[in-house]
Design a protein around this ligand. Sequence first.
Ligand code: ZN
Length: 234
Amino acid sequence: AENAAVETLVALARELGDRAPRVHVLHLSSADALPLIARAKADGVRITAETCPHFLTLTAEEVPDGATEFKCCPPIREAANQDALWAGLADGTIDCVVSDHSPCTGDLKTADFGSAWGGISSLQLGLSAVWTEARRRGHGIDDVARWMAAGPALLAGLDRKGAIEPGRDADFAVLATDETFTVDPARLHHRNPVTAYAGRTLGGVVRSTWLRGARIATDGTPAGPTGRLLERNN
Ligand SMILES: [Zn+2]
């Protein structure tokens, strides 16, 4: 179904040509669609694609029976598919990695994959999860910053975000790249700490988080909500 959906998007974009709106493939999970997207980009079709931390760090083979905290849409696929997604990131076919933070109350994660909520919360863990796997595969933190900060800012047209340089908002995390931690659901700040990452050891500990030059979290403890709605060009 995912492959067919991407095929339809690309076919419509090609058919409409200059009249086509910009096309973005969200939550790309199926690596089968990568050649299609790569060819469309090479042909000048205005198309971009994103994937998410769970598709890059979790595999179908390791999902225990009935463990619906791993359910998301599209689904987590096999290890070989994950290798191909990483190759798609490395060669630029995939433009960015986005959080796709999709929380729900614990009761919605029933033990039935058919009816359970489809979504994974990983806002607090995404950076470390992606960094852990990126490093294992030989990528640097600069690659991760490009995929998780510069790429999304460019896609969303947020000129003040996505880089640390004069004229932009001073948004950044101070990351101890060599340190590790084990994910304990009780220490998550999500209101509903259901997580597919429980018990995993991840690399990269966030020391502090900065928003527009102000420290908003220290050693994993947020100072309190300080955000505001972002619109283009502000
Ligand atoms: Zn989503």
